[in-house]
Design a protein around this ligand. Structure first.
Ligand SMILES: [Fe+2]
Ligand SMILES: [Fe+2]
Length: 318
């Protein structure tokens, strides 16, 4: 586990009860760090404070008046890796890193039997044709571009469930968080592939256009039929597994150089320091298989005439 030196000391002294989850322990840890930093301003550390830069000079009004004119300088908590090196990523924190479960069954496939499932299946198969035509064997670029699309459904679904939870004063059964986790995971795939691929202007233009269409289409689709929407994503994930398997073949054949893994990927999937692009693709492919399961499961819940909240979401499933 990666943590700050200060946090590690606190954890080692059993300040954090062992029955807490990892995430809870980290939150406790972060709060400890924050309060320590705020209590020790003389050390010159500004970990997390609402005090403006320049101290009291920017305070407005009387001494007891809490009005301030700038919140600039609200820094994230300082954390470090196991070896003591500072944690350099701001887009994710050590407690969000994990080891990909590579043992997941990659061949699992939801057999479409109902009309709706067949529509979802053929929608995805139809979308694959222009994708193959456009990217052909540019698997690095293809992966990066597809991740720009793959990160949309979880965010849209999570957002709609969030609004529904607010409207109806009801719990989501963890599905809001599960879908947002998926969106974030997909975005991390993108952040990783950005390191090994360089999109040209028409790639970027395509992302722009596709996002505009896909976001709105998925938004409407999810409102009309979440069962169909989740099924489509389930099949998209099956296609993603296929694409990454082809990517691996190209790497193994030497058609794509097996470059060292980007540092962001090493930290995100807790990979050994000497990992390569192949290890990254294996981790990403395993993630896609988990997304496949989550979305087919969500669609199956709807298929039984139930709501997502009635079946606990597979949180942290990756
Ligand atoms: Fe992905
Ligand atoms: Fe995915």
């Amino acid at each position: 586990m990666m943590m700050s030196g200060l946090g590690f000391t606190r954890l080692a002294s059993s300040c954090t009860p062992r029955y807490l989850s990892t995430a809870t322990a980290w939150r406790t840890l972060s709060n400890d760090i924050v309060s320590d930093c705020i209590m020790a301003p003389s050390a010159g550390v500004r970990c997390n404070s609402t005090a403006p830069l320049g101290g009291d000079k920017q305070a407005v009004g009387a001494k007891d008046d809490k009005g301030i004119v700038s919140y600039w300088g609200l820094d994230p908590t300082k954390v470090s890796k196991e070896d003591g090196a500072p944690w350099k990523w701001t887009c994710f924190r050590p407690w969000e890193a994990y080891s990909a479960d590579l043992s997941i069954d990659l061949k699992k496939h939801h057999a479409p039997t109902t009309l709706l499932d067949k529509m979802a299946y053929w929608t995805v198969k139809t979308l694959r044709w222009p994708t193959d035509l456009f990217f052909q064997r540019r698997y690095g670029c293809r992966a990066m571009m597809l991740e720009t699309v793959a990160a949309v459904p979880g965010m849209v679904g999570g957002m709609l469930l969030h609004c529904k939870s607010l409207r109806r004063f009801e719990n989501s059964g963890g599905w809001i968080k599960a879908l947002l986790e998926e969106a974030e995971n997909e975005r991390m795939h993108l952040m990783t592939f950005m390191e090994v691929s360089d999109p040209i202007w028409y790639d970027r233009a395509l992302v722009f256009a596709v996002q505009g269409v896909f976001f709105n289409a998925y938004f409407l689709g999810y409102i009309i039929s979440p069962k169909f929407a989740h099924r489509v994503v389930g099949y998209l994930e099956e296609e993603a597994i296929h694409s990454y398997t082809e990517f691996l073949k190209e790497l193994d054949n030497g058609n794509i150089e097996n470059v060292p893994a980007p540092p962001i990927a090493i930290d995100y999937w807790r990979l050994p320091p000497n990992s390569t692009l192949r290890d990254v693709v294996l981790a990403v492919r395993a993630d896609e298989a988990h997304h496949r399961d989550v979305n087919h499961f969500a669609s199956d819940i709807h298929d039984q005439g139930r709501q997502l909240k009635e079946a606990p979401a597979p949180l942290g499933y990756h």
